[in-house]
Design a protein around this ligand. Structure first.
Ligand SMILES: CC(C)(COP(=O)(O)OP(=O)(O)OC[C@H]1O[C@@H](n2cnc3c(N)ncnc32)[C@H](O)[C@@H]1OP(=O)(O)O)[C@@H](O)C(=O)NCCC(=O)NCCS
Length: 179
């Protein structure tokens, strides 16, 4: 069954539902059941504040997909950033890039092109500001995200590597050659 939803710029009335979707996204990425995930009231306030910052910032855009009953069933955002001018070389100056984040579609609304519509609007927003470079992150274990982003033209360009400090120290110390 096709469930209809429309994409729009987020408004104040959407913020609490956006926070709820981030909760769903977090449960999905971490693999933790939603029932055991709990956010502190301060955490919720901070998250709501973070998303409110998108509403009036000309370099940020937060989109929501609203169902016919105005339920928020999908989202995605972009923030445009300019690299600090550290280069005198003209071609390295004034480089802007757009960070896409928080793309989520509720399961019952998937597979009907909502994330595609969201990304089209996010990319158009970047281009309307003269920004061509788009970046985003996903976990390598999230094959669904990898396939989706690949279909939309995103290719991995780097690796975020993680380690525990204790493990690094144990490994490097065991390799130490006595002088
Ligand atoms: C990934 C996600 C955002 C896709 O949303 P969606 O609205 O169902 O995606 P669309 O219907 O717009 O499909 C967009 C493209 O991705 C492809 N795609 C979507 N889900 C896919 C899946 N599970 N496996 C393979 N390809 C997929 C579609 O085929 C489509 O490409 P096409 O139009 O060229 O055929 C949604 O499944 C989701 O919220 N997943 C969980 C959160 C997540 O992983 N988010 C990614 C951020 S890191």
């Amino acid at each position: 069954m096709v469930r209809k939803a429309t994409i729009a710029r987020a408004e104040e009335r959407d913020i609490s539902q956006v926070v709820e979707l981030i909760f769903h996204l977090d449960a999905h990425v971490s693999g933790a059941p939603r029932e055991v995930l709990k956010m502190t009231p301060e955490g919720e306030r901070q998250l709501a504040g973070h998303f409110r910052s998108f509403l009036h910032n000309p370099y940020k855009l937060l989109l929501v997909a609203r169902s016919a009953r105005a339920r928020v069933v999908g989202m995605g955002d972009i923030a445009l950033w300019m690299q600090a001018e550290v280069w005198e070389t003209p071609e390295r100056q004034g480089q802007w890039y757009g960070i896409i984040d928080d793309v989520w579609v509720e399961p019952e609304y998937r597979g009907q092109g909502l994330s595609r519509l969201i990304v089209v609007e996010l990319a158009a927003f970047a281009r309307s500001h003269g920004v061509e470079s788009l970046q985003l992150e996903y976990s390598t274990s999230n094959e669904e995200a990898a396939r989706t982003w690949n279909r939309m033209g995103f290719r991995p360009v780097g690796v975020r590597a993680a380690a525990s400090a204790s493990e690094v120290l144990a490994l490097l110390k065991s390799d130490e050659t006595p002088s």
